[in-house]
Design a protein around this ligand. Structure first.
Ligand SMILES: Cc1cc2nc3c(=O)[nH]c(=O)nc-3n(C[C@H](O)[C@H](O)[C@H](O)COP(=O)(O)OP(=O)(O)OC[C@H]3O[C@@H](n4cnc5c(N)ncnc54)[C@H](O)[C@@H]3O)c2cc1C
Length: 434
C-alpha cells in the first residue's frame, strides 16, 4: 500500500466523492470501506436531487453547488448516472397537506439551491401530467429530479480506479492513535497506517469514530424501508413524485422505487444502546413526530451491536468495531400501502406488484444539517457526516468544500451553518423531520 496523504473512512457517496475531489487536486488518497462501495445508505437511496433552474439561491451555496455538480457530473467524470431532470412533483390532496406545504415551502425557499416552485391547480396538472388520473387538489412543481444511486456508486468506483485512488474494501477503521491535537495513525483491521490527514465519512457510524477523538455527535438512526415494483413502461411517473404517504421515482430499468411520504414517512426507530446517551435531545422531537416514526425492538440490530461491542472489549485498546454486511430488516407491509396510495394517484400502477423490499438507515442530526469541517480540538481530522436523509441533495457541494479545506485551508462554500462546534451548544430540533 502506498503512503496516502489522506485516509478517507467510508466508501459511500460522501467518502468516494471527497476522494475524487481530492485526487483532482493531486492528493494521494486511500478510501477504507468496511463492506463494499455504497453498501449502506448511498446504494439504497432514492437519490432525488435539486437541479438548476430559475434564480439560484444566494442564501444556500452548499445546495446550489450540489445542484450544479449533479447537472455536470456526467460531463465532468465521464460516466452516465441516469440523470433525470423532469422535476419534483409534490402532490397535495387535503387541508393538512396544505398546512405541511406552507411550513415546508419556507424551508425550501431558505435552503434549496434553486428554490423556484410553481403551484398547479388540478386541471392544469392533469394536462401536464396525464399519468395523474386520481383525485388531488394541487401539485407543487420544483426544479429537480433524480440520479441512479447504483450508477453513481459504479461511476465513482471507476473514477477511483482511473485516478489511482486506493480503495480498500472489507476492512474496518477501529480507532486512531493521537498525539496532542493530531491524529498520527489510523487503526484498521488490516493494521495501523499513518497519514497526514483523515476524513471521517462513515455515515451512521461517524459519531462512534468521532467519539474516539473526544467529539460527540448526537445522531438518531432511523430505518427507512423501501420497495421496488417490477418493470413498468417508461414515463409511468414523471421525475420524483411526493405525496403525503409516498415518495417515488422510476429507475432506468422501469422499476419504481417507493419510500415514505412527506407527512407519513413510515420510518422506524430501532431501539439501541446508543439511544440512551442523547435521550434529552431526542425525546421532545420524537414526541412531536410520534405519529410518523415508530419504535421497534429489532433483535438482529441489537445482536449486531452486541457482537461489535464484544469485539471492542476483546481488543483491550479502546478500539470500536462495527457491524459488517448488516442488512436492516425490510418492512414491506407499510410499503404495500404506499404502493396502493401511489396507484390511487397513478392508475397505471394498479396492477403493479412489489418485487423487492429493503431498508436503509438514515443519520438524523437534530437540526437536520450535515456536520462538516475539522473535528473540534484536532488539526488534521475532518468530518463529513450527518446528512440527515439529504446526502444526494447536499453531498457534492460538501465534498468539494472538504477537499478545498484540506488543500487550501479555506472553502469557497460558506460552511458556517454546518460547523461541527454547533453541536456543543443547545440544539433545536427542526419542526418538520421530512
Ligand atoms: C431509502 C433511502 C432513501 C433516500 N433518499 C434520498 C433522496 O431522495 N435524496 C437525498 O438527498 N438523500 C436520500 N437519502 C440519503 C442519502 O442516501 C444519504 O444521505 C447519503 O447516501 C449518505 O452518504 P454517506 O456516504 O454519508 O453515507 P453511507 O452511504 O452510509 O456511507 C458510509 C460508508 O462508511 C462505511 N463505514 C462506516 N464505518 C466504517 C468504518 N469504521 N470503517 C470503514 N468503513 C466504514 C459504511 O460501510 C458505509 O458504506 C436516502 C437514504 C435512504 C436510506
Amino acid at each position: 500500500m502506498l503512503q496516502p496523504d489522506v485516509v478517507v473512512i467510508g466508501g459511500g457517496l460522501i467518502g468516494l466523492l471527497t476522494a475524487a475531489e481530492l485526487s483532482e487536486r493531486d492528493v494521494k488518497v486511500l478510501v477504507i470501506e468496511k463492506d463494499d462501495v455504497g453498501f449502506e445508505q448511498s446504494g439504497r437511496s432514492v437519490a432525488a436531487v435539486n437541479l438548476p433552474g430559475g434564480e439560484p439561491n444566494e442564501r444556500a451555496p452548499l445546495l446550489r453547488a450540489s445542484a450544479d455538480h449533479w447537472a455536470s457530473f456526467e460531463e465532468r467524470w465521464g460516466y452516465s448516472i441516469d440523470l433525470n431532470s423532469e422535476g419534483w412533483h409534490i402532490v397535495i390532496t387535503d387541508d393538512e397537506d396544505y398546512e405541511w406545504l406552507e411550513v415546508e415551502r419556507a424551508t425550501w425557499q431558505a435552503t434549496a439551491g434553486y428554490p423556484e416552485t410553481e403551484l398547479l391547480d388540478a386541471a392544469t396538472a392533469r394536462e401536464r401530467f396525464p399519468q395523474f388520473g386520481g383525485e388531488f387538489l394541487t401539485v407543487d412543481v420544483r426544479h429537480g429530479g433524480h440520479v441512479d444511486a447504483l450508477m453513481v456508486m459504479r461511476a465513482l468506483r471507476q473514477v477511483a480506479e482511473e485516478r489511482g485512488i486506493e480503495l480498500l474494501c472489507g476492512e474496518m477503521v477501529t480507532g486512531f492513535d493521537v498525539e496532542g491535537d493530531r491524529v498520527v495513525a489510523v487503526r484498521t483491521t488490516a493494521g495501523s497506517l499513518s497519514s497526514e490527514t483523515v476524513v471521517i465519512a462513515a455515515g451512521i457510524w461517524t459519531p462512534d469514530l468521532c467519539d474516539q477523538l473526544g467529539f460527540h455527535i448526537p445522531m438518531q438512526r432511523v430505518r427507512a424501508p423501501a420497495v421496488e415494483t417490477g418493470p413498468m413502461p417508461p414515463g409511468t411517473i414523471p421525475g420524483f413524485v411526493r405525496g403525503s404517504r409516498f415518495g417515488a421515482k422510476q429507475n432506468r430499468n422501469g422499476t419504481i422505487r417507493i419510500t415514505g411520504g412527506y407527512r407519513y414517512s413510515g420510518m422506524l426507530h430501532d431501539l439501541s444502546f446508543r439511544d440512551l446517551r442523547d435521550l434529552k435531545i431526542w425525546v421532545p422531537a420524537l414526541w412531536q413526530n410520534r405519529k410518523d416514526i415508530s419504535f421497534r425492538l429489532n433483535p438482529s440490530g441489537l445482536r449486531a451491536e452486541l457482537v461489535a461491542k464484544l469485539a471492542a472489549v476483546r481488543s483491550r485498546n479502546g478500539s470500536c468495531f462495527f457491524p459488517q454486511r448488516y442488512e436492516p430488516p425490510a418492512s414491506p407491509r407499510d410499503r404495500f400501502r404506499q404502493l396502493e396510495e401511489l396507484a390511487r394517484l397513478v392508475p397505471a400502477l394498479r396492477e403493479a406488484r412489489v418485487h423487492r423490499s429493503f431498508s436503509g438507515v438514515i443519520d438524523l442530526i437534530p437540526d437536520l444539517q450535515p456536520v462538516l469541517g475539522l473535528v473540534p480540538d484536532t488539526v488534521n481530522a475532518y468530518v463529513a457526516g450527518g446528512f440527515s436523509g439529504h446526502g444526494y441533495m447536499s453531498g457534492p457541494g460538501a465534498c468539494q468544500a472538504i477537499a478545498e479545506l484540506i488543500t487550501t485551508g479555506a472553502s469557497s462554500i460558506d460552511l458556517e451553518p454546518f460547523r461541527p462546534e454547533r453541536l456543543r451548544g443547545s440544539l433545536k430540533m427542526r419542526e418538520q423531520i421530512f
